[in-house]
Design a protein around this ligand. Structure first.
Ligand code: ASP
Length: 409
């Protein structure tokens, strides 16, 4: 019995627990789920969150300290940013085309909400965001989970370790290596709990979504538009990029990532999934620690293809529902602001919904429109988060290949 269980692969375990969670969430009384089931998910999420900051910090320092020169660090950074921008833009364009073709909001006859939903929009300008990358107090940045600042500081430390004289250089880089290995060991342990965690989280989400059955035709069409776009991006566009630019096997990589993507789907958080992403991309697909540690934490924070696509579809859906015609210039503004919104969105549940206000205000759409899409956001969040994480992992594979690495995919 014991041996059999060990052979049951993690992604199947997660899938089974997902199905059980949907059943539990649908049939058990919500109060029972809240009291006796959700805690499993909370513990799992807390364990993951406990790992994120030290894992990112140590992995970047240990990865960057092996990069060597400023030139190769710059090249790696350039490729990473180019990949992030290109794939996010492709995702937005897919969304733009689909929402214009399907027109889910036209003649929708839905009641336009008059009250502004209470969302705490924290979006600043791009300049501000860039400025805030530099922490004034690294302890505070870590305490508040400000990922970009932590990444920035870790890159600086990692780089300057390479500039130290011996014996400090070797001593420090092997110490950070060891600390990174330590965090990975703990990660491996937490990963074993994924099926239980997923069960707790998904049962909780499903039991809170009872009104989803009442989703009308219009909202159904809107959801389908987003999901169709996400599927196209995940199963056609990104695999094509992996083949063309990485000369790697996208579907072998997808298989390696299956447990991770199911976790991203269940948790709706790229940030919380990051420890699993790093583990799978490195140990299963064979991307070096150097590239994983540089690209994946950054990706989980700024590269959100699924969110970018969703921002564009949601904004145009709201415009259609209000009967507001957006011309070429306005649609172009939507594309640009959707990109910025996806970069600014944090890797946490429903961050994308908050960022929608940037896109809406850029083209003068009423902010109350967010109220229209609120009810179905949690479900769409699951799909877009899985795409966000999938894109990060494809980026790591492509960049590793272009750097001449031999991978398992
Ligand atoms: N939940 C998404 C993520 O963590 C962000 C979003 O809300 O779009 O990747």
């Amino acid at each position: 019995m014991e041996r059999k269980k060990k052979k049951f692969p993690l992604h199947w375990q997660i899938l089974v627990s997902l199905i059980l969670a949907v059943l539990a969430g649908s049939f058990l009384p919500p109060l029972f789920v809240a009291e006796y089931v959700s805690w499993m998910g909370d513990i799992f999420l807390r364990l993951l969150k406990m790992l994120i900051i030290p894992l990112v910090f140590f992995s970047i320092i240990s990865g960057i300290s092996t990069v060597g020169s400023a030139g190769s660090l710059g090249r790696l950074g350039g490729k990473t940013i180019l990949y992030y921008l290109t794939t996010s833009l492709f995702a937005i364009l897919t969304g733009l085309i689909l929402v214009n073709l399907i027109q889910p909001g036209v003649n929708a006859g839905i009641v336009i909400p008059e009250k502004l939903p209470e969302l705490d929009a924290t979006a600043g300008s791009l300049g501000e965001t860039l400025m805030q990358m530099i922490p004034t107090n690294i302890v505070e940045a870590m305490a508040s989970g400000n990922m970009l600042s932590v990444i920035f500081f870790a890159i600086i430390l990692g780089f300057f370790i390479t500039q130290l004289n011996e014996p400090h250089k070797t001593k420090l880089s092997s110490t950070f290596d060891a600390l990174f290995e330590l965090m990975m060991k703990v990660t491996h342990f937490v990963i074993l709990l994924t099926p239980i965690g997923v069960f707790g989280i998904v049962a909780g989400v499903v039991s809170e979504q009872h009104d989803l059955l009442a989703v009308g035709e219009t909202m159904g069409k809107y959801m389908l538009t987003v999901i169709a776009g996400l599927f196209f991006h995940a199963f056609v566009l990104l695999p094509l990029m992996v083949i063309l630019f990485g000369r790697a096997k996208p579907y072998a990589h997808l298989k390696n990532m299956s447990a991770v993507l199911l976790t991203a789907f269940s948790t709706s958080s790229s940030g919380a999934t990051l420890p699993l992403t790093m583990n799978a991309v490195e140990t299963r697909s064979g991307v070096s620690k150097k590239i994983c540690s540089f690209t994946l934490p950054l990706g989980a924070t700024v590269n959100m293809d699924g969110t970018a696509l969703y921002e564009c579809v949601a904004a145009l859906f709201i415009a259609q529902a209000y009967g507001i015609e957006l011309g070429f210039a306005a649609q172009f503004t939507v594309v640009v602001t959707a990109l910025l919104a996806s970069i600014g969105a944090a890797g946490i549940p429903m961050a994308g919904l908050v960022m929608i206000s940037i896109v809406l205000s850029a083209v003068g759409l009423p902010l109350e429109g967010v109220g229209l899409i609120l009810a179905v956001d949690r479900i769409l969040d699951m799909f877009r988060t899985a795409v966000n994480v999938w894109s990060d992992s494809c980026g790591a594979v492509i960049i590793a290949k272009t750097e001449g690495e031999e991978l398992a995919v």
